[in-house]
Design a protein around this ligand. Sequence first.
Ligand SMILES: *[C@@H]1O[C@H](CO)[C@@H](O)[C@H](O)[C@H]1NC(C)=O
Ligand SMILES: *[C@@H]1O[C@H](CO)[C@@H](O)[C@H](O)[C@H]1NC(C)=O
Ligand SMILES: *[C@@H]1O[C@H](CO)[C@@H](O)[C@H](O)[C@H]1NC(C)=O
Ligand SMILES: *[C@@H]1O[C@H](CO)[C@@H](O)[C@H](O)[C@H]1NC(C)=O
Length: 299
Amino acid sequence: MERRAHLFAAIFFTTFVLSVFIQFSEAAESKGSFDDNFSKSCPETNFKTSEDGQIWYLSLDEQAGCGFMTKQRYRFGWFSMKLKLVGGDSAGVVTAYYMCSENAAGPERDELDIEFLGNRTGQPYLIQTNVYKNGTGGREMRHSLWFDPTEDYHTYSILWNTHQIVFFVDQVPVRVFKNANYTNNFFPNEKPMYLFSSIWNADDWATRGGLEKTDWKKAPFVSSYKDFNVEACQWEDPFPACVSTTTDNWWDQYNAWHLSDDQKKDYAWVQRNLVIYDYCKDTERYPKLPEECWLSPWA
Ligand SMILES: *[C@@H]1O[C@H](CO)[C@@H](O)[C@H](O)[C@H]1NC(C)=O
Ligand SMILES: *[C@@H]1O[C@H](CO)[C@@H](O)[C@H](O)[C@H]1NC(C)=O
Ligand SMILES: *[C@@H]1O[C@H](CO)[C@@H](O)[C@H](O)[C@H]1NC(C)=O
Ligand SMILES: *[C@@H]1O[C@H](CO)[C@@H](O)[C@H](O)[C@H]1NC(C)=O
C-alpha cells in the first residue's frame, strides 16, 4: 500500500496540470457525470469512457497507471461501484478501490481498502482488504471469490458507520470490522474520507508474494467501472460537518449497526469457504493479536 500510495501521489502531482486540460476537453465531449464527481490523475491515453460516458476504463502500461478520486469527502455511509477487472494475464497488476482521509500517502491517514490482485491466465484473482487508522494498517485479509471478476461487472461496496465497517461483494458481507468503542481504539471514525480507485503495478508483492511478474507484452491492462453510488454524509466545513445525501440515513441507523440474520448466514458461508488469509489468525506475525480481533462480528 505504501508503494502504491507514493506512486499515486507522484502521478497526481506531476500530471495535475495536464489533467485539468484533459478534464476540460473531455467534459465537453462526454455528457457523463464523471467530471461532476471525480478528479483523475492519468495520462490522456490511460483513461477512457464509453460513448455515453457511463463506463470508465482505467489502464496501466509500462509508463503509467491511472487513478481517480471523489471531489467530495464523506464521513459514514454506503459506497458502491461496479467493477470488471483486467482479464487474461494480469499477474502483478493491482486494482485498488479504497477510501482514504487524504489524497496522498499522509502519515496520519485513515483508510479502508479493497485491492484486487491479478493473476496469470486462468488462475484465481484474490481480493485483499485492509483498514488503517492514523497511518497504521497491518489489518489484511485475503479472500477468494465465487466467480471470475474479469468476466462481468460485480458490485463492491463499503458500509461505514461508527459501529462497524463491512466490505460487501454483490451484497454478500465478506468482512466485518467492529468498533470496540473506547477512547483511541483501532477504529477509523473521526476523519472524513474520499473514495479512490487506481490501477498500478505491484509485481514486487501482489501475485504469489511477488514471484509472478507483470508481463508488459500483455499491456495495456484495463479495469472498467460503472454505477457509482454513494448514500452518505457529505463533509462540509464548517460545522454542521455533515450533510446527508439521503433522507433517512439508513446506513447510520440501528439496522446498519450489525448484520441482519440473512447477512449472518452469508457471512458464515464466506468465513467457511473463502478466507485465504486473516491477520487475526496470524500469531507468527502478531504473537499478541490486535485487540479488535477479539470482537465478535455477530454482535
Ligand atoms: C455528483 O455531482 C452532481 C453534480 O455536481 C451532484 O449533484 C451529485 O450530488 C454528485 N454526487 C455525489 C455522489 O457526490
Ligand atoms: C497519529 O499519528 C501521528 C504521527 O504518527 C502521531 O503524532 C499522533 O499522536 C497520532 N494521533 C493519535 C490520536 O494517535
Ligand atoms: C460508545 O459508548 C458510548 C457511551 O457508553 C455510547 O453513548 C455510544 O453510543 C457507543 N458507541 C458505539 C459505536 O457503540
Ligand atoms: C494466483 O494463483 C495461484 C495458483 O493458483 C494461487 O496460489 C494464488 O493465491 C493466486 N493469487 C495471487 C494473488 O497470488
